[in-house]
Design a protein around this ligand. Sequence first.
Ligand code: CA
Length: 492
Amino acid sequence: MVGVLAITLSACQSQPNQTNQPNVTAPPNIIVFLVDDMGWQDTSVPFHTEATTLNSIYRTPNMQRLAEEGVMFTQAYASAVCSPSRVSLMTGMNAARHGVTNWTLRFDQSPDPKRKNIQPPDWPLNGMAPTAGTERTVVATALPQILSDAGYKTIHVGKAHFGSAGAPGADPQNLGFDVNIGGHAAGGPGSYWGKKNFSAAWRNGARIWDVPGLEPYHGQDIYLTEALTREAIKELDHCADEHQPFFLYMSHYAIHAPWEADDRYTSNYADAGLSEFQTKYATMIEGMDKSLGDFMTWLDQKQLSENTLVIFMTDNGQPKQAPPNLPLRGSKLTPYEGGSRVPMIVRWPGHTTPATRQSTPVIIEDFMPTILAAADVALPNNLPQNIDGISFLSLLDTTQIKSSSANTIANRDLIWHFPHTYDGPPYSAIRRGDWKLIYWYADQRTELYNLADDIGERTDRSQSHPQIKIDLAAALHQQLIGRNALFPQILK
Ligand code: CA
C-alpha cells in the first residue's frame, strides 16, 4: 500500500514532497462526469435488478469498468430537467429552494408557454449568481468557488446551463471555475460536428446555441464529445505537471438534442434493427462512454486513479423521443421515475467497495456536501444559501453496517418541484421510503405508488392507502413551504 501511495502521490499534490515520505493528507482529485439527458437504462450497465432490452443494445464498456471498480447507485435521482439539476449540483440546494425549476436560456424569458388556466410563478429564470444585483437570480456560492479557495484547480468543460445569456451564471468563471471550455447559457450545442463549427447555422438554427470557443476544431472532422475530452485532458496535464489537485466538471453536451450521429460508432449498430433515431442516439452514448474511458486511462497513466474520486452522473432521464426506459415510466420533465432516476457510479479506491450496488436513494443536491467532505474542505460560514443535500460518503463502503449518517440519508424524504407549464402541467412529488406521491396542481389530483413492488408506477394506491396519501401530502406541503418554494397560480 505504501508503494501505491508513493507512486500515486508523486504526481499531483498541493505541496512537493521533499522527504519522499508518502503524504497521506494529499487532497483527492475529483472528476464529476456528467452526461446530459441519459436515462437509467441508456447503458449496457444493468441498473435494474435484471438486464433489460436497452442494456443489450447500448455499448458502454467504460461505464461497466467503472462499475466493476466502484459502486453503482441504483436509486440515484436528479431533477427531471437540466438547469434545476445543475444548479442543485453546484449549490447543494434542492430545486424547490433555489427556484431555478425550469431550463434557462434567454435573459428574462421563460420557456413556459402561456396557458389559460394556470401560470408559473415569477421564478429566478436568469439562473444562479454569485452575488446579488441581477434581477430574477438566486444568489449562492458554488462548489467550484469553495474548492478553488481551498487550493483546487477548478475546470469546467462542456455544458454549463446555470443561467440565462448575459446573466452572471452564464459564465462558469463567475461561479468559481478557473477555466471554462465550451460552457455558456445554452443547454445544447448548435451542432456536435466540428465540420459544422459546432454551430446551428447549417440548419438555420438560432446562433445562441453555438458552442463558444473550440475554434481550432472548426472545420475538422471531429465530434464535440471528442474535442471536449481532448481539451479537458490538456488541462489535466497542466495539473499533473504543476502538482495541483483538480476538480474537473466534465459536463458533456451529449446525449442532448440535436441528435447527430457520432459516426465513429455507426457501423456498430448496422445490424441491430434500430430506427435511424435510435442508431444516432446509440452512437452518441458510445462516444460519451469512450470519453469516460479516456479519463480512466489518463488517470492510470499518471498513476492518479488511486487518489481520484470519480462520479458518473446524468442530469435527468431520457427525452420523450428516445425509447422508454422500461421498466420505468415516463421520461425527461415528467414526475415519474423515468424523468429523474438516473445512472450513477462512484469510484474512489480505498473508499468504495468494488463491484457493489448501493440502493439507498441519493439526489443531486447531495453532490456538493459529498465532494466537500471528500476533499476535507469545510463549508464556509457565510454561505448565502441553505444546504439541503447530505454527504453520501457513508454509503460508499457497502460492506459496512449502516452508520447513523447512512441511516439519516435513508430515512429522509426526497422532493421534486416543477411549477411550470413547459411540456406538461405543473407538479410536485415526494418520496418517503418506498412510497412516492405525485401532486398535480392544475386539478389538485394525487397519485400514490409503492416503488418496491411497482417500480413502473402503474397502480395508483391513493384509494387503497388513504392515510399514506394524507401523510405524504402533508409532508410534501411542509417541505415545500420550508424551502420557500414558489407555486403556480391557478386562474379561475
Ligand atoms: Ca438534461
